[in-house]
Design a protein around this ligand. Structure first.
Ligand code: AHR
Length: 663
């Protein structure tokens, strides 16, 4: 099936009548047959791809504010911690392995207070993830495990304070510390009227000499839906506004790890935080695993999105390229994946379903898709076919209803696309320049066989000119400009028109902490620091598309073009079968205003009024930023003069969604 045709010669009446303004270029006529449904679009068509990259979770979505809270980030020194000494106080700190909190958290921070002066006490401070965000009239939950030597008898105060200690925004005291490990919790409430700042740190101060040990020091601001151990509110709001249908997790490369040993350890990410040591991530920093398996699932649930679970499939990243040999050696990994699936969707009378209930979520999560590995075409040993087969057979035997996704798709050379079992879907990844997307979008998926596996475009993004993995990209803004967003729009239009074979698609990566040293990849959709966040133009294009879709793709044909000419506009049309709302998406990637005649067939009535949602600029390099988050955002206008036929001009460098009521 080829959902869109570019035909020379039809709709000629309109073209010959010279409809459209004099200075606009004539883009032809878009014929829409609203009665001819070329594909159903399910609620899972567009979603989110996520992993621990760019401090997406730690220092990002996961609301924890203390960096290196279990003192495992560096084996030698307590990074992100410093000694605080009020006037006349003397103290020192060091990592300590004696008498650990438990067998998971084996490193604590030892604070030795030798002298306490008249002012302030002595203690430790954490600088957070590029600062601790202080907002007015906000209550933070601080907690820590501690024990003290017998000679320590004073109080410990927890506070949020400016780096010089001159301003204390909120403070609370714990009067007495036990000699045994115990958890202490206090509330810290900032006063109203203060100016928000991230120039602050979290401080624990002792007020008499002695030795104190700390572990799992935590500070949470209010979270989305008030979930304990939950997510940052502003970021969740931005994600909710995108209306994602699914959440693909936990990677990406983060699933695979740089070695088998450092793959995503889902079982170690369950349960109380005091049993989560974290693990080395593959993007240059350690993951706290505070956002662990259950938190991923609840994150999806909070957004009405379905999890798309990627299970570790026995291959870890270059340059080591470690592979678990298919056969008996791989069997425990397959069993682990089955346990993981059971944790997600098993009844509470199963081992892992019971564990999920114990963790606080008795209700099973809905799961349709399981992805086996990530980008296994990187595996130079060529073992993926055998590994995929082993996982596929085991998953299908236990859960015949699950759809298994292979990570080797049609964008890979044929030699790599060996499948002894036909996957239900294949995951294809596209990081391309905006020009490449614009060129490929109109036809790429039209040519795909309709007989093969369904397509999951599990990672895609347009960049302007520098590839995302190049060091040079670090000099560019974290989010991409309108230029790339136009490429993204063209690409999304191509995917939407081919929704008969593309079952899901998601931009990647989703999140980026914009501080120096926090980012490993650009472009990304949403940027943030400790205090605030913003969406780039591509974020808004994604949101525009996801919130204006309906459930059916209808037939479109562009006519009036010279034979062989490349269309100036990318177009698709979808419909909401329940309401009759028609959504026409148009990307004008050219510097010229393009006039287009639109003819709607296959409906009894077309409303003369509707809406136009538009994002665009005369400049290609416009972007949003933390200091100017609303520089380029979509605007919605009421429009009139619509009907079965009308002419519309699409401004240079613009993305438009026309919303028209039909019957
Ligand atoms: O999205 C960034 C990375 O790109 C993903 O981790 C990986 O799957 C791909 O190569």
């Amino acid at each position: 099936m080829k959902p869109q045709f570019w035909v020379a010669g039809s709709c000629l009446g309109a073209i010959m009548l010279g409809i459209g303004s004099a200075d606009a270029s004539e883009a032809g006529c878009l014929q829409i047959d609203a009665n001819q449904v070329t594909a159903q679009i399910g609620p899972m068509f567009s979603g989110m791809m996520t992993e621990e990259i760019n401090h997406s979770y730690d220092g990002g979505l996961y609301a924890e504010l203390i960096q290196n809270r279990v003192f495992e980030d560096n084996a030698d020194i307590p990074v992100h911690w410093s000694v605080v000494q009020g006037a006349g106080s003397v103290a020192e700190m060091a990592l300590d392995h004696a008498k650990p909190l438990n067998d998971q958290l084996t490193t604590s921070l030892r604070l030795t207070v030798k002298e306490v002066g008249h002012e302030g006490g002595a203690g430790i401070a954490n600088d957070g993830y590029w600062g601790i965000p202080v907002k007015p009239a906000t209550t933070y939950r601080a907690s820590f495990y501690a024990r003290a030597s017998d000679d320590f008898s004073g109080a410990v105060t927890a506070s949020i304070a400016s780096p010089d200690g001159a301003t204390v925004y909120a403070q609370a005291a714990v009067d007495h510390l036990s000699g045994e490990w115990k958890e202490y919790t206090v509330s810290l409430t900032t006063p109203p009227g203060i100016k928000p700042t991230a120039d602050a740190r979290f401080v624990l101060l002792a007020h008499s000499p002695g030795t104190l040990w700390f572990d799992l020091v935590s500070l949470f601001p209010p979270t989305w839906k008030d979930r304990p151990n939950g997510n940052r509110i502003d970021l969740m709001q931005k994600l909710a506004d995108m209306k994602p249908g699914f959440l693909r997790f936990p990677g990406g490369n983060f699933l695979e790890g740089s070695s088998i040993e450092t793959r995503f350890p889902w079982k170690k990410t369950l349960g109380d935080l005091s049993t989560r040591p974290g693990h080395p991530g593959c993007w240059g920093y350690r993951a706290s695993d505070g956002l662990g398996m259950l938190e991923f699932l609840e994150w999806a649930e909070d957004l009405n999105a379905q999890p798309v679970l990627a299970v570790y499939a026995g291959y870890s990243l270059p340059p080591k390229n470690e592979v678990v040999k298919p056969g008996p050696e791989l069997a425990p990994y397959v069993a682990d994946a089955l346990d993981e699936i059971e944790y997600v969707m098993g009844a509470t009378n199963t081992t892992w379903g019971a564990r999920r209930a114990e963790d606080g979520h008795p209700e099973p999560f809905k799961l349709t898709y399981v992805e086996i590995g990530n980008e296994d075409w990187f595996d130079p040993s060529g073992s993926y076919d055998a590994r995929f087969t082993q996982f596929f057979d085991a998953i299908k035997a236990k859960y015949p209803q699950l759809q298994c996704i292979s990570t080797v798709g049609n964008e890979q050379p044929e030699s790599k696309r060996v499948h002894s079992r036909v996957p239900d879907a294949v995951d294809e990844h596209y990081y391309r320049s905006a020009e490449d997307f614009e060129q490929e979008a109109p036809t790429r998926f039209d040519h795909y066989s309709r007989q093969g596996p369904k397509i999951f475009v599990g990672e895609w993004a347009a960049y302007e000119d520098v590839v995302p993995w190049s060091e040079k990209s670090w000099r560019q803004p974290p989010t991409s400009s309108l230029k790339a967003a136009l490429g993204d729009a063209a690409w999304m239009i191509g995917m939407e028109r081919n929704a008969d074979i593309i079952v899901m698609q998601c931009y990647a990566p989703l999140l980026v902490n914009i501080n120096r040293g926090a980012r490993q990849w650009r472009p990304d959709l949403i940027g943030y620091n400790a205090l605030e966040s913003y969406g780039g133009p591509s974020y808004y294009v994604n949101a525009m598309f996801n919130t204006n879709r309906g459930d059916e793709v209808v037939h479109t044909a562009l006519s009036g073009l010279a034979a062989g000419a490349t269309p100036a506009l990318d177009c698709s049309a979808t419909k909401d079968s329940a309401t009759g709302m028609l959504y026409i998406k148009v990307a004008n990637t050219t510097p010229l205003s393009q006039s287009m005649r639109v003819r709607i067939e296959g409906v009894k009535r077309v409303s003369s009024r509707g809406f136009d949602v538009e994002l665009g600029s005369s400049q290609l390099d416009v972007n949003n930023s933390m200091s100017n988050p609303g520089n380029i955002v979509p605007t919605t206008h009421k429009i009139k003069g619509l009907g079965r036929e009308f002419t519309r001009e699409f401004p240079p460098y613009s993305v438009t969604v026309l919303k028209i009521k039909t019957k």
